[in-house]
Design a binder for this molecule. Sequence first.
Ligand code: C2E
Ligand code: CA
Ligand code: CA
Length: 602
Amino acid sequence: MSDSRTDESLPVAGPAVVAFARSWLRVVARTSYVPGGRARARGLLERLTRRLLAALLAEPFDAAAGYGVGVELVRARISSPLALGNTIALLNGRLLGDLELADRVHRERLGELVGQLAAGFGEGIRSRARNDAEDLHRAERDVWRRQQRQLQDQIQHVLLHEPLTGLPNRAALAARLSEVLAGATGTERIGVCVIDLERFSAVNDSVGPAEGDRLLRAVGDQLRRLASTDDTFLAHLGGDEFAFVVERTSNADDVVKLVDRALRALPNPCRIGGHDIVVGAKAGIVERLAAGADPTELLRAADVALGWAKKDPHAQWAVFEPARNAVDVARHELTNAMPAALAAGEFTLAYQPLVRLRDRTVVGVEALARWSHPVFGPVSPSQFIPLAERTALIMPLGRHLLERACVQAASWQSAVGLGGELADPTPRQPMVSVNLAAAQLREPGLPAIVAAILDRTGLPAHRLQLEITENAILEPDQSTMRPLHALAELGVRLAIDDFGTGYSNLTYLHTMPVHTIKLAAAFLADLDRARAERSAARMVPHLIALGHDLRMEITAEGVESAAQADLLTALNCDIGQGHVLGRPMPPERIGELLAAGGRVDW
Ligand code: C2E
Ligand code: CA
Ligand code: CA
């Protein structure tokens, strides 16, 4: 079989292997006398665990190692069907978790290894029986044959059932699906749903595995009652996951109804470990034409839908929709493409004028991230910034954009070439306003990073403004207030972005070192219309007055019409930003605008 040198010398996961082998010994010692003493058996099982682990990690993957392990178990006289059953249950239930390999690839590999292990185990038994049988009389041989057949059946049962609930397992479900799909005709439809208990691992941890097992058995018993028709097949996929295959459906609703019944049938409340526990579950459903469907794909689709249901706090189940999946896939691809795009310099900045309304002068620009992907084309920052925020990429990306914006702003200053610094920004000394993601604000060392960038680029601190969305500071606490104060001490201007879209408490405002409030575009929507009386626009004069009371500057975003610009000017709003005052544009165009005196008209 496989090369035993690699088995022994595998450097990974030593303690986990030893601990796993110890559990393995425990479950087989429970079922059969272990010949040769426990120490020898433990040594053997450690070696077999390493061998399985090596096979799991090997590239390319080869399930043959599982076969060898099965043969060796029998050779070591660990050969009762129960020992095999417990071994399979332990491998399926714990191995990947213990080794921290519980992803789909390794789950699939383990499934194949376990199948091979059982096959090797069966062959080990058969060859032992053959050897023994040669010495026997014909009558005795018949007895042997019968016993072999029984053993074969037992092995088959063990292979296709979850020991805990006695229900068909994942392999059995896959076999059943293949069979049904192969026999499907023209318009026949099929449904699959995966049901996953909520908070099961928490329950398991708090009451212990024995009680957890009892709960799973109770759930299995209830669900079994729903699978009594020929068209409904129930499987226990392992852990706290169950699945139904429903044949001859007419639409997804048939499966939804079954799911509803299944969720109602959960043994609730369930008395476990002396407590009454309410067991919840969520389900993922897929239902489609049977012709052309593939078992793996169906299960994967049900899993994807289950993921959607889990993400939605109000949903009990979700039905797989290919279109929605396409959005997930695209999102996933974009996320994966971002690190390389950052390295390749694909992220750039466009700049949008910030116009002082009373004299129509450009006093600064907002830096807005742009990404043109070579294949996907232009991607909106409203799309990729949240994706970057969900991964750690927002940190290097944010830093990159901040540095770029500062370099750019410093170059506008030197191009115009002016001696001393003025206190207020002007077209000759414009400020640049850079958006900060909430995660960046909480990054330890942000003030030091900003200080270093200012130092490197030579941009005076007061010409950098950092925009923080209202939502990032909804509940001002130490983790947000400390960096805000440190940044303010550097002399950097701080702006609250999209003000009015969150639910920030106005009373916090005066305790914050904020220079500018950027009113969200939504406030302006009806500003120039008669309906203003009943809309958010009627807040605008009050917000401007409030900001001025707090000695803050007010910027209005989304100024799209001359009428809006006029009204805002009349209301004493300090700065305007929007399409009518200038769209986001490449830095060269901003340079030209500034060089020409930085006046805009509307
Ligand atoms: P934001 O910070 O509120 O930026 C203003 C958005 O409104 C920009 O969209 C801008 O192009 C758009 N806009 C400007 N004038 C008008 C107007 O008159 N009418 C309308 N309807 N829209 C106008 P953009 O560039 O697509 O950016 C979207 C959002 O993406 C930004 O909203 C900001 O939250 C985020 N974002 C952009 N760049 C960055 C960045 O470098 N870092 C971070 N963290 N977020 C960024
Ligand atoms: Ca902004
Ligand atoms: Ca904004």
